[in-house]
Design a protein around this ligand. Structure first.
Ligand code: FMN
Length: 437
């Protein structure tokens, strides 16, 4: 039997990302807006046989993020980036993030169906709920919901989108120039979907797409979020610091999927990793240390404040981190995921770190595991994690954009191939086929 192969995704995240200082890295592009960067990126990912380019989304603005070039400082419409990537590639999958809270099902179904046609069956939808009050500022007509309700609404939106995708029969588009029959209305159904939160009549004005249904990606982590992922997710993104945590998440998702009647083999867990490659181990370590110097204390505190939900507005930067927690974590933030995981990461430095030092530590990876070493060393770590069964694939998060992917493709991928855990050619032309979901 041939060896199971791992999957790779590239996180198209700029100007900052999991590493808050990415745009300040001397190897990063200065062209964040024009098409060339995305064309180059797409070709690089495809040359390295990546399965997926993954495009995130945000619909809110945070002045502090803009000020410091943090992850959401600028954000193109993800579907437009996807179309640019599709136009210059033939095999690379393209994950597009779109919110179920701020887009009507009809628009979602059509945008994704169009992209699936235009890419020849290579599109995935990363389904998000855009939790958080700032998002509503741009959509005053949308009713504010709590997290569980957002997921309930999300269930309805995905149901509605899928019935719209299915509304044309396979043979409904006839295009018979002799008889003059273009599309046969008898082979097109009117879904007339009605839920508590959303309704849409349909049908869509597009025939079935090459994949039938674009692949569904999901990254929720709360109990309700995992239930949503177990119901719909075909690719699940996870940020977990240890192999044991990853394995636990995978087991939980598979059990939940089985409970709702799904085949757990059809769910692929992609673990986010931040590779830091060097010509030697020492160079890689020096590069990791250099990354920290690119996050200013102010940028780090701004970034950490968002994820920890701590109000750090007027904090003095050399205040001890533990003291800041004692005084400001009055609403359960100390038990939140960002703080708990950061405390683990700081280890013995926890007691002595200032808030600026702790925040910079957080902002260098956003708690994504850093893989530091030569290409061969990083490949060994990835192969080990993959062969343990804890992850089916990896989402590579860049430290500089888009050069991190070029480095990874040249320095790490050949070693993964040598280890027999990574393809040298794409198996097929659709994303669904390549992932086996
Ligand atoms: C790798 C990864 C990528 C994500 N991308 C986005 C994104 O582009 N936009 C977004 O609003 N949320 C994104 N999220 C957040 C998730 O959608 C989700 O809200 C978060 O994991 C918290 O889960 P919960 O809502 O169930 O608590 C991402 C999460 C992960 C792990």
């Amino acid at each position: 039997m041939t060896q199971r192969q791992l999957f790779l995704g590239g996180y198209v995240l700029f100007p900052g990302g999991h590493f808050a200082g990415a745009w300040r890295h001397p190897y990063s592009t200065r062209d964040w807006l024009g098409p060339q960067t995305f064309h180059d990126l797409a070709r690089t990912l495809e040359a390295a046989k990546f399965d997926l380019a993954f495009i995130p989304e945000t619909v809110s603005f945070r002045a502090g993020f803009a000020r410091h070039g943090l992850s959401n400082a600028i954000k193109h419409d993800p579907a437009q980036i996807a179309a640019q990537i599709a136009a210059v590639t033939t095999h690379l999958g393209i994950g597009v993030t779109l919110s179920t809270s701020f887009n009507p099902p009809y628009n979602l179904a059509r945008t994704l169906a169009s992209l699936d046609h235009l890419s020849g069956g290579r599109v995935a939808w990363n389904v998000i709920q855009s939790n958080g009050p700032a998002n509503y500022a741009n959509f005053p007509e949308v009713e504010q919901l709590d997290r569980d309700q957002l997921y309930d609404r999300g269930d309805e939106v995905v149901e509605a989108v899928t019935v719209l995708w299915d509304s044309w029969g396979q043979d409904a588009l006839v295009a018979d120039q002799q008889t003059g029959l273009f599309a046969d209305p008898a082979r097109i159904t009117v879904p007339d979907y009605k839920g508590t939160y959303v309704a849409t009549r349909g049908p869509l004005n597009l025939p079935p797409t090459p994949q039938g249904r674009p692949v569904i990606i999901q990254a929720g982590d709360s109990p309700r979020g995992r239930a949503f992922g177990a119901r719909w997710g075909e690719v699940i993104f996870a940020i977990e610091r240890t192999q044991a945590d990853l394995q636990a998440k995978k087991d939980d998702l598979r059990a939940k999927a089985t409970a709702v009647g799904r085949d757990p083999e059809k769910i692929k867990l992609f673990a986010a990793v931040q590779p830091i490659v060097g010509e030697t181990t020492e160079i890689a370590r020096a590069r990791r240390d250099h990354l920290r110097t690119l996050v200013t204390p102010e940028a780090g505190v701004e970034f950490f404040s968002q994820f920890s939900r701590l109000d750090l507005g007027d904090v003095s930067l050399d205040e001890p981190y533990v003291k800041v927690l004692e005084e400001r974590a009055t609403q359960g933030q100390a038990e939140g995921r960002a703080v708990v995981a950061l405390n683990e990461l700081l280890g013995s430095r926890l007691r002595t770190a200032t808030i600026a030092e702790a925040a910079i530590e957080f902002s260098t990876s956003e708690l994504t595991p850093q893989l530091v070493g030569t290409g061969a060393e990083i490949a060994d770590q990835l192969a080990e994690l993959f062969l343990s069964g804890a992850a089916d694939g990896f989402l590579v998060t860049p430290t500089h954009f888009p050069g991190s992917f070029d480095e990874f493709g040249r320095a790490v991928v050949p070693h993964l191939q040598r280890l027999g855990v990574y393809k040298t050619e794409y198996a097929g032309t659709t994303l669904r086929g390549n992932l086996g979901v």
